[in-house]
Ligand binder design. Sequence first.
Ligand SMILES: NC(=O)c1ccc[n+]([C@@H]2O[C@H](COP(=O)([O-])OP(=O)(O)OC[C@H]3O[C@@H](n4cnc5c(N)ncnc54)[C@H](OP(=O)(O)O)[C@@H]3O)[C@@H](O)[C@H]2O)c1
Length: 271
Amino acid sequence: MKSIILNSGQEMPVLGLGTWQLNGPKCTEIVKEALEMGYRHIDTADAYENQQDIAPALRASGIDRNELFITSKVNRLDLHYDDFLKKTDKILNELEIEYLDLLLIHWPNKDIPIEETLKAMAELKVRGKVKNLGVSNFTESHLEKVLDLYPGLISVNQVEFHPYLYQKALLDYCQKNDIVLTAYSPLARGMVFEDNRIKELAEEYGHTPAQLVLKWLVEKGIVVIPKAGSTAHLKDNLEVLNMDLPASALELLDTFNENRRLIAPSFHEFW
Ligand SMILES: NC(=O)c1ccc[n+]([C@@H]2O[C@H](COP(=O)([O-])OP(=O)(O)OC[C@H]3O[C@@H](n4cnc5c(N)ncnc54)[C@H](OP(=O)(O)O)[C@@H]3O)[C@@H](O)[C@H]2O)c1
């Protein structure tokens, strides 16, 4: 599996399986299938309520723990020092693993001092419960504070990123500061399949629209975590790693930005 080196020196597979809205036996089945197919990176969160469904798939796979890359996230209401530590234990118990490869703050929360959360995160790393730390839905100003308080502590910022929300300034800022950007909702939750410009370009190169968009992201040094609920989609997305397509063939997608955010819950801090 092609990977990117994090500031910790550890490798993060550039393609992962997103699992939001995958629950129950279906979730177990899809994660099992993904692992059999060659996926090694699974993205979940305490909020998705599917960590217990992922655990049996990890167990059944028989894959060495050190070959897997498991990401989870702690909710924005659980960012006080003690809560953060407790929630991490809950996550580890549900996933039935000893450590997380990556643990993220799911959303920023201006009402809880970030110093507290970062202190808990740093401790979790020392205790061996997490290999890498990161944040999600953080803007440049959120990141500045984190970098100022704990330089080098975080490795990843997971944000919404697709052709209609091409956050170039944030990407540049992250790359300049040695933070890997992970694109969530990389297929714009299905919107890209309705776009004739993407369909035509994909057809011209003999690929699918999903492959074209994922390749556009990966070529920029971005990690992608598309959610897939079928064998065909899992396979289609995995093939991106073997696609040979120059970045220049994808430049057209740079022009599709509409600053269109699909995920903006009432508590967001995107201002
Ligand atoms: N940190 C955060 O706050 C946050 C927020 C949102 C999402 N996320 C993470 O990001 C992951 C992905 O984002 P997302 O689930 O919002 O949306 P997405 O990955 O952009 O889109 C998922 C949709 O695309 C379809 N799809 C996937 N591969 C396809 C293919 N090859 N051909 C055709 N259709 C395809 C899926 O259909 P099927 O289901 O039928 O395969 C599903 O309807 C989530 O699962 C979650 O892990 C994180």
